[in-house]
Ligand binder design. Structure first.
Ligand SMILES: [Zn+2]
Length: 311
């Protein structure tokens, strides 16, 4: 599960950093052949487009024929998608399955279930890394990696050159969410914490608004410290100007929260169902069932900030 669709138009990386002209990759959601975004980064979008997944889940392939590849977010359990990921990760002789590591940003059903399927295709059984799902995870989002990451841990693969992923814990959208910074290229793989073209749903109790906002601050710090130039989300296109994008995202959340707080104050005896049409009057009603989850997260955060206990 990811978010509410509708919003910004994807912006693309500088042409000088891509193998293909930027204009050809702007809305190039390829599910058959990976799209080369950077010299050592490709995107293969799973064939699962929808209201909650946008154009589909972006699986990212980081590495080269010498180093092998890290697959980030292999996606839903789609056998064809898994096979294509395997085929795309070739060694110097053109053989597939040259996968060193499988990394999952979080446990949702459109991100992690393909991991064991992809691992099973590889005789060397590349380890699956990430964070185990918390007890609050919904059924269908349970996930146990082969190895749990440490915050700040660096995952490095190397051949003729190295590729280093820096793990940044980012609870909020999911309790076990982690983002990755590719240090050599200044890229942030943001999973569902930051999307392009949609707003991430915060679904309590596994989702938590306070954690989400804190994680945004943490990502801002890391983008500054590690010189991140672009964000590669799990749904939607590449985002430029990461610091501005994160600041805008936080401002958007705080604006919504202020609106929620005002509605709660105006109707102190109301409940989620009576507050929803007022707090999300700018969102189409067909999205309200999804928005209701984020409303609950805002309400809990407002009450927590006011020092009140939950009902
Ligand atoms: Zn998700």
């Amino acid at each position: 599960m990811v978010g509410i669709i509708g919003g910004t138009i994807p912006r693309m990386p500088r042409p000088s950093q891509t193998l293909t002209p930027a204009t050809s990759t702007a809305h190039d959601w390829q599910s058959h052949t990976p799209v080369a975004l950077w010299r050592n980064v490709r995107r293969l979008t799973a064939p699962n487009p929808g209201l909650m997944t946008g154009p589909g889940t972006n699986s990212y392939l980081v590495g080269d024929v010498h180093s092998g590849f890290i697959v980030i977010d292999p996606g839903p359990p789609d056998a064809q998608h898994v096979q294509r990921l395997w085929e795309a990760c070739t060694d110097a002789q053109g053989r597939g399955g040259h996968i060193t590591l499988i990394a999952c940003t979080h446990s949702h059903a459109d991100h992690a279930p393909a991991a064991p399927l992809l691992q099973a295709l590889c005789p060397q059984r590349p380890p699956i890394v990430g964070l185990p799902s918390a007890p609050t995870a919904r059924s269908g989002s349970h996930f146990v990696p082969d190895r749990a990451l440490q915050s700040g841990e660096k995952l490095q693969i190397a051949g003729t050159e190295s590729h280093t992923l820096h793990a940044v814990f980012t609870p909020g959208h999911a309790a076990n969410h982690v983002c990755f910074v590719l240090e050599e290229d200044g890229l942030l793989f943001s999973g569902d914490h930051i999307l392009n073209g949609s707003t991430t749903v915060i679904d309590p109790p596994d989702g938590h608004m306070g954690d989400y906002l804190d994680s945004l601050d943490r990502l801002h710090q890391h983008c500054e410290a590690l010189g991140v130039q672009h964000i590669l989300p799990a749904h939607g296109g590449v985002i430029d100007a990461p610091l501005q994008a994160i600041a805008q995202l936080k401002a958007h959340r705080l604006k919504r929260e202020a609106k929620v707080a005002a509605v709660m104050q105006a109707q102190p005896d109301g409940d989620l169902d009576s507050w929803l049409p007022l707090a999300y009057d700018d969102v189409p009603p067909q999205l309200w069932p999804v928005a209701r989850r984020s409303l609950q997260a805002h309400v809990e955060h407002v009450r927590g900030s006011a020092g009140q206990t939950r009902p």
